[in-house]
Design a protein around this ligand. Structure first.
Ligand SMILES: C[S@@+](CC[C@H](N)C(=O)[O-])C[C@H]1O[C@@H](n2cnc3c(N)ncnc32)[C@H](O)[C@@H]1O
Length: 267
């Protein structure tokens, strides 16, 4: 049994969608990262826009449904995400890696890369590619998490994964990419940038949704979808979560989180 990888994690959009739903439904303050990106870029609707690492393409679907008239392109390394993008009316899904984008120079007015740069081993190469494919005067917008976003729940999962001999895999997360490191990296490539900070927390008042969110983090703690020890890890995590709430009537499980939106104008 091979361990989890980026390819296995994103072969199926479901874990990503469970995480997105948890952030939507269990945040202390309303959390809408797509709206935060749109606040930074202020689209007219005419722009040619590429969303790199587009995931299940819900950001592009929102733009398309809102009547965006310019070209909308979703790029991702995962075939399941390209299929999701191609299923959205008015959106082209294009397989590609942010480090070598399959586009000519200056093809887009706006490039977004939302919550994906921490999967990339060479972030400066990715930022240079975003600059290359964006027209002078165009905008590049990225989002990345704070370094210890949702660390409490991730540590809970990793503790139980470790007790079954499973470790976070190499190559899935680049820990050097987070809200403290992205702005200087972007200044190196683009010059001036604007940074907006969004602090928040997940709060769960009962076991079930916390267990579902914890399970959606399994790959990052070394527990692949087909891992034979997966049921044991899930049983242990569920038992601990159930016990935690049973011993603390009325308590909430609070897990601090946050991200930044960084925007740059291409010279
Ligand atoms: C955490 S998900 C974020 C998806 C989406 N941007 C969102 O915010 O919901 C990361 C996405 O980036 C994709 N990805 C990872 N490495 C990539 C790379 N080098 N180039 C392009 N896409 C990549 C993954 O397949 C996945 O769909």
């Amino acid at each position: 049994m091979s361990g989890p990888s980026l390819a296995s994690e994103y072969a199926d959009p479901t874990p990503l969608q469970v995480r997105i739903a948890a952030h939507r439904d269990y945040s202390e303050r309303a959390d809408d990262p797509a709206a935060a990106v749109l606040a930074a870029v202020r689209l007219t609707g005419a722009e040619d826009l590429a969303d790199i690492g587009c995931g299940d393409a819900r950001f592009l679907a929102r733009l398309s449904a809102g009547g965006h008239a310019g070209r909308l392109v979703g790029v991702d390394t995962a075939p399941a995400m390209i299929a999701a993008a191609n299923a959205v009316p008015g959106v082209d899904g294009v397989p590609g890696d942010i480090r070598a984008l399959p586009f000519g120079d200056d093809e887009f007015d706006v490039c977004t890369a939302r919550h994906m740069l921490y999967h990339v081993p060479d972030p400066p190469a990715a930022l240079r590619e975003l600059r290359r494919v964006t027209r002078p005067g165009g905008t590049v917008v990225l989002t990345v998490n704070h370094a210890r976003t949702c660390a409490r729940t991730r540590e809970l999962v990793c503790l139980h994964a470790r007790s079954h001999g499973l470790r976070p895999p190499d190559g899935m997360l680049n820990d050097a990419v987070h809200s403290a490191t992205l702005p200087p990296m972007m200044r190196e490539v683009f010059g001036d940038v604007t940074v907006e900070n969004y602090d928040n927390a997940l709060i769960f008042d009962r076991p079930r949704p916390l267990i579902a969110f914890a399970e959606a983090l399994f790959s990052f703690c070394g527990v692949a979808a087909g891992e034979p020890r997966r049921a044991q890890v899930l049983g242990d995590v569920s038992d601990e979560v159930e016990r935690w709430f049973a011993e603390r009537p009325g308590a909430v499980w609070r897990d601090p989180k946050g991200y930044i939106v960084v925007a740059a104008t291409v010279a």
